[in-house]
Design a binder for this molecule. Sequence first.
Ligand code: NAD
Length: 276
Amino acid sequence: VKTKVVEAVNGVKIPQLGFGVYKIKKKEEFETAISEAIRIGFRHFDTAKIYGNEKALGVAIEKSLIPRDQFFITSKVWNTDHGYKATKKAFEQTCKKLNVKYLDMYLIHFASPHYLETWKAMEELYMEGRIKVIGVANFEIKHLEKLMKHSKIPPMINQIETHPEFPQNELHDYLKNHRILHEAWGPLGQGNKALLEHPELKIIAHEHQKTVAQVILRWHLQRGIIIIPKSSNPKRIKENSEIFNFTLSSEEMGKINQLNTGRRYSINPTGYIVNP
Ligand code: NAD
């Protein structure tokens, strides 16, 4: 994988292409997917306590015999671990499961109540060098405003559902203006056919001799967004990594921008299923 890096506001380098491990639960499937991803060069992995596979990810990383400092590992504080003390405890448990001494990135998974106290614990862990980049996920502008008003260190990244049908234009601009990185979850619309078989995208893909998935991922990259597509299929894992050798024209970017339907595929910031 020949990925670009983007810099957080504190200078920490983040590989712009990472690998998400949500819903890869079966042991064998997980081992195959992660070892294949590492083999072809993925070094950035996105997990969370709630995914239940931190331990398996730690084992896969250790098995690779590649030094820890070459990996970029993200995990997240789950809704039931909010608050100062609970967050510190959850962080230690996550490190233990992953078998690491520090995390490259730690995010608040959802803006549940008490996220200000949660953030205080994360700021301290950051100051102690236990977390290199601190951030949030699924935060809307109102949550970011509140967090920034009441904290010492502003969030460095926001991981939010983003894909051509739900491009997050307003939040994207807000993040840019506040020097907060935009990371997309569900970058492929969670594999939804409406997106992956979209005729407009098929035409663009054909032009570049690429797949629709590759075109979508490339669209994210050219918007400056960090992406963590998930796949447990070795062929697709490789496909998702081959996105640095072509460029979409501004006309093509414009066409993809027009696919915005406002349709989101998963959970909203308060944790309700919007469009299951
Ligand atoms: P995604 O958009 O990455 O879609 C994954 C699905 O797309 C796969 O299951 C597969 O069906 C399909 N797919 C993948 N590659 C393909 C290809 N080349 N061709 C055709 N189909 C392909 O969705 P996701 O897994 O939900 O999101 C990615 C990662 O984001 C997750 O694994 C997780 O780490 C993170 N995430 C975070 C949150 C959050 O609340 N912070 C929520 C969901 C996911």
